[in-house]
Design a protein around this ligand. Sequence first.
Ligand code: ZN
Length: 74
Amino acid sequence: MAVVYQCRSCHDVLATFYKHDSRIMQSLSALTPDEAAEMVERRGDDLVVWVLCEHCQAAYEAHPELYELESPLQ
Ligand SMILES: [Zn+2]
């Protein structure tokens, strides 16, 4: 079982952690239920955490309106 950090915009895999890494489990358990529902997806035995990579974060900050159009939130 792995925890995969993947960019929700470009789908690059940023990092892969394994369950025995206590730091990653701490950071996951620090999410609120709303954040976890929005960011964490179960994929088979793995958990995918959708984040923004540095590149997409910079693009988002430059053009937030582009990302709002793609948001699944109403
Ligand atoms: Zn990205």
